[in-house]
Write a protein that binds this ligand. Sequence first.
Ligand code: RIB
Ligand code: CA
Length: 314
Amino acid sequence: MTHIILDTDPGIDDALAILLAAASPEIVLDGVIAVHGNVSTEQTTKNARSVLELAGLGHVPVFRGCDLPLVKESLLSPETHGNQGLGYAQLPEPATQPKAGHGSDFLIEQIMSRPGEVTLVAIGPLTNIALAIRKEPRVVQNVKEVFIMGGAIQHPGNTTAQAEFNTFVDPHAAHIVFHSGMPMVLTPLDVTYQCIFTKDDLNRLLKIDSPITKFIADSTRFYMEFHDEYQSIEGCVINDPLTLALTYMPEICDYQRLAVDVDISTGVGLGNTFADFYNYEKKKPNMKVAMGVRPRLFMELFLERMETLARQFS
Ligand code: RIB
Ligand code: CA
């Protein structure tokens, strides 16, 4: 069993990652930390609790993290995820409250109390992770592994021409995390943009009448409209569930050990992530990067797990 702390900015694909966590017996979700990103931290904290309760994980503690990036102004993405962050989906007010204390302190406490046992999955801007590293640098040696959704290595950006959303929103936090020495696995747009959830995939799920499939339909309908209007993609890119799946099914992707950096200069490249493939800088690789993917292997896993979860609540 893999014990996971999820740092997330739900967000439609974040919500799908939470549903996948609920449908994955391979993992134990020990806690969720909400971060600013797709919507405000107040909203991501509420959305995390609502989606956890929808998926039968209302017992999982949720902590509120940072409201703002370390240096930059906040950037939200209502055009992508809707003003409330879950597209057209309407979930009941969460019955649970967030736990007291800052999410970065919860992350430190979990990692330091269980050395080598906690896997961190970060699928939003990396502000909370960077803050935890600065507060308690020993988390670097005591975390088991860190799976990060972010960056675009040889793929165009989805927020600027070069930059992916999570690293653009808080490039300084990404810089701290990327240079921390943590054992990292990066899931960049290079692989996530090959994993498109389509209307056919959705129609397969809708054969099951369940609040789970209704939520997936109502949330992804908005997300598909965004992808069609802004990127002429038929379907929607489900970045975050792919990242979570790699914690227990790494064979979905092929990896390269690379020296990866993020641009924190103030020019047009801010937030851009790049790999020194020819090692000009003679630096050691700082992470494993998923650069190849088996899209249908992942999508079949995702659909089968969603069908199982939907039947649980039908
Ligand atoms: O660029 C995609 C990433 O940014 C995803 O994690 C999405 O939820 C947003 O946070
Ligand atoms: Ca996210």
